[in-house]
Design a protein around this ligand. Structure first.
Ligand SMILES: Cc1ncc(COP(=O)(O)O)c(C=O)c1O
Length: 456
């Protein structure tokens, strides 16, 4: 028998509570501002879009929040997820580092996104909501909400970013199989979509535009609310289940991380794997380095400005203080569609400002090369988004080799790439190129940031 490869927890060990990092922050998050008055929003301002339970989670400073039993029951379909020791990758890299990864691709939709889709659909159902609207980039979030809607008996309408809609027809088929309606964004179904198409009929879309379309529809009807797959505090809270399980699994392996790595689009899977470890460090425990990996073509954490900005391109959402490339910035159409967002979760941005996390950016081709290297020794073909985390973990392992350090690295393999085969086919044919954003477009988007008086 060789050495242990996977660390499994029994269903009874699914966490009973989510971890809320807001309880342990050394400095509170800046307030969310109303787009009309520029004053801090209250729960009532958010009520047209979200059910009250989620709004209360958004602002809660309780350290632990109970996971409802019906939600834990559904989680039994795929949780706890496995944690693996990547021994074959360690051998290939000839590194003294130990590499562990948490694998979220075992969920029905293929990524971490159902961890929040199920509770969001649950709280909406409890509030009597009949329909949810949302955006999707890669199609992972749309599939996850479609799955959650099917289980809870809620209709789901998904605005899928045009470039992903064209690149990934089978994600759309999956959403439709679950019973959701999937519309390419920008679309003719909303006032905002029509305005974008009037200016540019071939617009490739962006998450910021798709969010505006979904919010516009949700705001029109009392029985309809909006669901967001990342960025917001309650979404990051739901994803903490990933890190909480990983903590138990690392204890089974008699290990604790020196470095935790995750990819960042809006910040939710990164927060999921890392926040429980950051929290433990803030409460006096060990403080691992925490590394966020983002695409060089959409580098909000490494190149964005920390400022108040809108979450969407149509300026319908409240303003949050975050690292942003500007809400009108349209990233190039690279393959990690889930990472093409102009902003970053306020909580992740805040931690970066407090010096509690680091960020690096890599190009698409080097990330695909890392994903292929991983697949050829560990067997799992990662989602293009997850390739960024794989690349980040490999770079850390190679640093350990150079420095002769036997560190422990933990990363989040947040999804599989089985719906992303066109991207892998293009990579194999040498057709993938590193896409760069237009510097002048970035400068223009940043110059259009709203001017907001600093709240007292
Ligand atoms: C597989 C996968 N990973 C990562 C992301 C990025 O989102 P987040 O940063 O919220 O985890 C997405 C978003 O769609 C995704 O589908």
């Amino acid at each position: 028998m060789g050495e242990q490869l996977k660390y499994l927890l029994d269903e009874s060990r699914i966490p009973r509570r989510w971890y809320n990092i807001q309880a342990d922050l050394p400095k509170a998050l800046p307030p969310v501002l109303h787009p009309g008055t520029m004053q801090p929003v209250g729960p009532a301002d958010l009520a047209p879009l979200f059910p009250m339970e989620l709004i209360m989670q958004e602002v809660s400073t309780e350290r632990e929040i109970d996971i409802p039993e019906p939600v834990r029951d559904i989680f039994r379909l795929w949780r706890p997820t496995p944690m693996y020791r990547a021994r074959a990758l360690e051998k290939l890299l000839d590194t003294p580092a130990r590499i562990f990864y948490k694998y979220e691709g075992v969920s029905p939709a293929g990524s971490h996104k159902p961890n929040t889709a199920i509770p969001q659909a649950f709280y909406n159902k409890e509030a009597g909501i009949k329909r949810l609207t949302t955006e999707t980039g890669a199609g992972q979030w749309g599939s996850s909400l479609a799955f959650a809607g099917a289980l809870m008996g809620i209709d789901v309408t998904v605005f899928q970013v045009r470039v992903s809609y064209d690149q990934k027809p089978y994600r759309r088929a999956l959403m439709e199989s679950y019973g959701a309606r999937c519309i390419a964004s920008p679309s003719m179904e909303t006032e905002f979509g029509r305005a974008v198409l009037a200016k540019d009929p071939t617009h490739r879309g962006s998450l910021g535009i798709a969010i505006s379309e979904a919010v516009e529809i949700a705001a029109q009807r009392d029985d309809t609310k909006y669901a967001l797959g990342s960025v917001l505090n309650h979404v990051l809270l739901h994803q903490s289940i990933v890190g909480l399980e990983a903590m138990e699994q690392l204890q089974m392996a008699d290990a604790w991380p020196d470095v935790v790595v995750g990819c960042t689009g809006g910040g939710s899977n990164f927060a999921g794997i890392s926040f429980p470890f950051i929290g433990a460090g803030l409460r006096g425990g060990a403080k691992p380095r925490i590394v966020a990996v983002e695409p060089a073509a959409c580098p909000s954490l490494t190149r964005g400005r920390y400022a108040y900005d809108f979450g969407d391109t149509g300026h319908m959402t409240p303003l949050t203080k975050m690292h942003t490339l500007g809400s009108t910035f349209t990233p190039p159409g690279f393959h990690a569609g889930g990472l093409r967002y102009h902003g970053m979760a306020p909580l992740v941005s805040h931690l970066k400002e407090l010096g509690l996390i680091e960020a690096v950016a890599y190009n698409q081709v080097e990330c695909f090369a890392a994903g292929i290297q991983f697949a050829r020794c560990e067997g799992i073909l990662p989602a293009p988004e997850a390739n960024h985390a794989v690349k980040g973990a490999i770079e850390e392992a190679l640093r350990c080799k150079r420095e002769g350090r036997a560190e422990t690295i933990l990363f989040n393999l947040c999804g599989h790439g089985h719906f992303d085969m066109q991207a892998y086919t293009d990579y194999a044919a040498g057709k993938l190129t590193d896409q760069t954003y237009d510097e002048s477009e970035l400068a223009m988007a940043l110059s259009g940031l709203p001017s907001v008086p600093e709240p007292a």
